[in-house]
Design a protein around this ligand. Structure first.
Ligand SMILES: [Zn+2]
Length: 120
Protein backbone atom coordinates (compact mmCIF):
# COMPACT_ATOMS: atom_id res chain seq x y z
CA UNK A 1 0.00 0.00 0.00
CA UNK A 2 1.29 3.25 -0.97
CA UNK A 3 1.02 6.02 1.36
CA UNK A 4 0.41 9.11 -0.46
CA UNK A 5 2.80 11.48 0.91
CA UNK A 6 1.52 14.85 0.73
CA UNK A 7 4.01 17.46 0.19
CA UNK A 8 2.99 20.89 0.67
CA UNK A 9 4.52 22.94 -1.91
CA UNK A 10 4.80 26.41 -0.92
CA UNK A 11 5.08 28.78 -3.66
CA UNK A 12 7.36 31.50 -2.83
CA UNK A 13 6.37 34.68 -4.29
CA UNK A 14 9.44 36.33 -5.40
CA UNK A 15 9.17 39.95 -5.84
CA UNK A 16 11.02 40.96 -8.87
CA UNK A 17 13.88 42.95 -7.58
CA UNK A 18 14.99 45.01 -10.43
CA UNK A 19 18.48 45.71 -9.57
CA UNK A 20 20.30 45.91 -12.76
CA UNK A 21 23.79 47.08 -12.25
CA UNK A 22 24.30 50.26 -14.08
CA UNK A 23 27.73 49.69 -15.37
CA UNK A 24 29.05 51.39 -18.41
CA UNK A 25 32.27 51.67 -20.26
CA UNK A 26 34.51 54.26 -18.73
CA UNK A 27 35.50 56.97 -21.19
CA UNK A 28 38.85 57.26 -19.52
CA UNK A 29 40.16 53.74 -19.16
CA UNK A 30 37.71 52.02 -21.53
CA UNK A 31 36.88 49.38 -18.99
CA UNK A 32 33.42 48.35 -18.11
CA UNK A 33 33.50 49.67 -14.63
CA UNK A 34 31.78 53.00 -14.74
CA UNK A 35 28.92 53.06 -12.32
CA UNK A 36 26.22 55.64 -12.72
CA UNK A 37 23.84 56.54 -9.96
CA UNK A 38 20.98 58.96 -10.24
CA UNK A 39 20.01 60.67 -7.06
CA UNK A 40 16.77 62.59 -7.31
CA UNK A 41 16.63 65.74 -5.31
CA UNK A 42 13.60 66.08 -3.17
CA UNK A 43 11.24 68.76 -4.21
CA UNK A 44 13.12 69.47 -7.37
CA UNK A 45 12.75 68.32 -10.88
CA UNK A 46 16.37 67.63 -11.27
CA UNK A 47 18.55 64.90 -9.99
CA UNK A 48 22.21 64.47 -9.40
CA UNK A 49 23.94 61.97 -11.56
CA UNK A 50 27.17 60.56 -10.36
CA UNK A 51 29.42 58.44 -12.45
CA UNK A 52 32.47 56.84 -11.01
CA UNK A 53 34.85 54.31 -12.37
CA UNK A 54 36.03 51.56 -10.09
CA UNK A 55 39.01 50.96 -12.28
CA UNK A 56 40.73 54.26 -12.83
CA UNK A 57 38.88 56.47 -10.38
CA UNK A 58 37.38 58.73 -12.99
CA UNK A 59 34.39 60.57 -11.64
CA UNK A 60 31.77 62.95 -12.97
CA UNK A 61 28.93 64.65 -11.20
CA UNK A 62 26.27 66.75 -12.78
CA UNK A 63 22.60 67.62 -12.85
CA UNK A 64 20.14 65.71 -14.93
CA UNK A 65 16.39 65.89 -15.25
CA UNK A 66 14.60 63.68 -12.78
CA UNK A 67 13.39 61.39 -15.47
CA UNK A 68 16.86 60.50 -16.57
CA UNK A 69 18.04 56.95 -16.37
CA UNK A 70 21.70 56.13 -15.94
CA UNK A 71 21.90 55.29 -19.60
CA UNK A 72 20.79 58.81 -20.44
CA UNK A 73 23.28 60.27 -18.06
CA UNK A 74 26.00 58.18 -19.62
CA UNK A 75 25.79 60.26 -22.75
CA UNK A 76 26.46 63.33 -20.73
CA UNK A 77 29.42 61.70 -19.05
CA UNK A 78 30.96 61.12 -22.43
CA UNK A 79 30.19 64.70 -23.35
CA UNK A 80 31.78 66.04 -20.24
CA UNK A 81 34.77 63.88 -20.71
CA UNK A 82 35.22 64.97 -24.28
CA UNK A 83 34.90 68.63 -23.49
CA UNK A 84 37.01 68.54 -20.39
CA UNK A 85 40.03 70.68 -20.95
CA UNK A 86 42.01 70.20 -17.82
CA UNK A 87 44.28 67.43 -16.83
CA UNK A 88 41.95 64.59 -16.13
CA UNK A 89 44.64 62.52 -14.51
CA UNK A 90 45.15 65.32 -12.06
CA UNK A 91 41.49 65.47 -11.25
CA UNK A 92 41.42 61.78 -10.62
CA UNK A 93 44.55 61.88 -8.53
CA UNK A 94 43.03 64.51 -6.31
CA UNK A 95 39.74 62.68 -6.07
CA UNK A 96 37.85 65.28 -7.97
CA UNK A 97 34.94 64.84 -10.24
CA UNK A 98 34.42 66.63 -13.46
CA UNK A 99 31.06 68.09 -14.21
CA UNK A 100 29.09 71.03 -12.99
CA UNK A 101 29.04 69.80 -9.44
CA UNK A 102 31.56 69.33 -6.75
CA UNK A 103 34.32 71.75 -7.21
CA UNK A 104 36.10 70.55 -10.22
CA UNK A 105 35.25 72.61 -13.17
CA UNK A 106 35.32 72.36 -16.85
CA UNK A 107 36.87 75.74 -17.32
CA UNK A 108 40.50 75.98 -16.69
CA UNK A 109 41.52 77.90 -13.66
CA UNK A 110 44.63 79.85 -13.33
CA UNK A 111 47.24 78.06 -11.40
CA UNK A 112 49.85 79.80 -9.41
CA UNK A 113 52.48 77.34 -10.37
CA UNK A 114 53.97 77.92 -13.71
CA UNK A 115 51.79 75.56 -15.62
CA UNK A 116 53.02 74.63 -18.97
CA UNK A 117 50.64 75.35 -21.69
CA UNK A 118 50.78 73.91 -25.03
CA UNK A 119 48.70 75.91 -27.33
CA UNK A 120 49.12 75.99 -30.97
ZN1 LIG B 1 37.93 54.21 -15.78
Amino acid sequence: MLLGRRKRKRQQLKKPVRKIPKIFVCPHCSKESLRIVIRPKQGEDKAIAEASCGECGFCARFYVPNIFEPVNAYGKVIDLYDSFEGDIEKEIASNKCIGELDGSRIEKEEEDEGAEEDEG
